[in-house]
Design a protein around this ligand. Structure first.
Ligand SMILES: O=C([O-])C(=O)C[C@H](O)[C@@H](O)C(=O)[O-]
Ligand SMILES: [Mg+2]
Length: 420
């Protein structure tokens, strides 16, 4: 007998986040996520994880109320319901996460956690891991990149965190050492867009001296003009494996790309299918960072991988602050993506708590073993889910606002977009 979705529970959660600096400001003390539980009348449970800004939660709630009765194998019907609900509830309006990414339509971001939960259910129904539901794994371990941030020692008014301050090249190298020693990462990405590009180049050069064999990436999230981007590309040619979003927009990236051999990567100017034709036509980027949370789930991320392969684009994976359900989904997707050409990003080392039971997802040599048990292979720790939900209720943060939080500390702060 075909099982049907019987009940959906969406739980917003909050976990402590360090003061990580970026082009638009600084991370708030609490990062938000939503955990989506999709139950079936056969007694199974599928999990998804997504953003938890208020407007997004409203859309998730509207879809959660509308999908009972849908067959978890019928992703086409699931998508139809999401499109119908968002059409009625929100006009399909877009969303902005942290002021850095603007998506025109909310359909993909809302569909994603329900799709992942249904793929988890398909795995439980068939006794297969999600990587096999997606077509089979081509690797047993998924490599991730150590994600370095400039940061303050602690949030203003609070004690210093265990990571400490990272504002100078030496401090960035020390942070990288912690990442490499603790997680074994085999490549490193520095989140830039915080300081003058010369200072950020010095940090990359210090990383090169300290880790001669590790591939390095620099991502200033569009803080530079095309001219500055080319100066940095000339300085770091042969030092970095790619420059990520040095300048905003497809046209700006195309201008840079045309005048350097340093590969250009993006998770900002190509974040939806509609961006691929103009970006490809202009050869604006050579690497696209996929992200199943933004691109409409795991299957559409596989579609993106196919398009990237067809057009000779490299593929990496983007990450925001996330917990274990997302890490499991990212790992299964990467395992089932033959053309993943670069180690994936992950914020996972920065999280302070998790709500999946420990033991399944661990980093060794910078990579995570693909779970081989049915579905995503992770189980919720109900006590931790309750704790993180309680933190959500009391923390006061209701959406990601890096610029607003930065201005509460430095009132004259303006985002560094195209600043240098
Ligand atoms: O690669 C990226 O652009 C990101 O990971 C964006 C994120 O929002 C990151 O900059 C952050 O969390 O500050
Ligand atoms: Mg990026």
């Amino acid at each position: 007998m075909t099982s049907r979705i019987s009940r959906v529970v969406v739980t917003p959660v909050a976990f402590g986040d360090p003061p990580l600096l970026n082009v638009v400001g600084v991370h708030q003390p609490w990062a938000l996520r939503a955990i989506v539980e999709v139950h079936t009348d056969s007694g199974l449970l599928g999990l998804g994880e997504t953003y938890a800004d208020e407007a997004h939660l409203d859309r998730l709630a509207a879809v959660a109320a509308a999908i009972p009765g849908v067959d978890p194998f019928d992703l086409a019907s699931l998508r139809r319901v999401v499109v119908e609900v968002l059409g009625q509830e929100t006009g399909g309006g877009g969303a902005s996460f942290g002021g850095m990414l603007d998506v025109r339509s909310a359909v993909e971001t809302v569909f994603s956690p329900f799709e992942v939960a249904c793929l988890d259910l398909q795995g439980h129904e068939t006794g297969r891991p999600v990587s096999e539901v997606l077509g089979g794994r081509v690797r047993d371990r998924v490599p991730f990149s150590g994600y370095l941030f400039y940061k303050w020692a602690g949030h203003p008014g609070a004690a210093d965190d265990a990571w400490g301050e990272a504002l100078t090249p030496d401090q960035v190298v020390a942070q990288a050492r912690t990442m490499v020693d603790g997680w074994g990462f085999g490549s490193l990405k520095l989140k830039g867009g915080v300081f003058h590009p010369d200072q950020e180049c010095e940090a990359i050069e210090a990383l090169r001296d300290a880790f001669p064999d590790l591939p390095l990436r620099l991502d200033p999230n569009g803080a530079w003009t095309p001219t500055t981007s080319l100066e940095v590309a000339a300085r770091l040619a042969g030092v970095i494996e790619y420059l990520e979003d040095p300048t905003p927009g497809i046209e700006g990236m195309a201008e840079v790309s045309a005048a350097t051999d340093v590969p250009m990567a993006t998770n900002m100017c190509v974040i939806a299918m509609e961006h691929l034709p103009p970006a490809i036509a202009q050869d604006a980027v050579q690497i696209v960072l996929s992200d199943h949370h933004l691109w409409g789930g795991l299957r559409r991320s596989q579609l993106l991988a196919g398009i990237a392969e067809t057009w000779g684009l490299g593929l990496s994976m983007h990450s925001n602050s996330h917990l274990g359900v997302s890490l499991a989904a990212m790992t299964h997707l990467a395992a089932a993506t033959p053309t993943l050409t670069y180690a994936c990003d992950t914020h996972y080392p920065w999280k302070t708590q998790d709500l999946v039971k420990p033991g399944v997802l661990s980093f060794e040599g910078g990579s995570v073993a693909v779970p081989s048990t049915p579905g995503l292979g992770v189980e919720l720790d109900r006590d931790m889910l309750a704790t993180l939900h309680e933190q959500y209720l009391t923390c006061g943060v209701r959406r990601r606002e890096d610029t607003v939080y930065m201005r509460s500390i430095q009132p004259d702060f303006t985002p560094n977009t195209s600043r240098w």
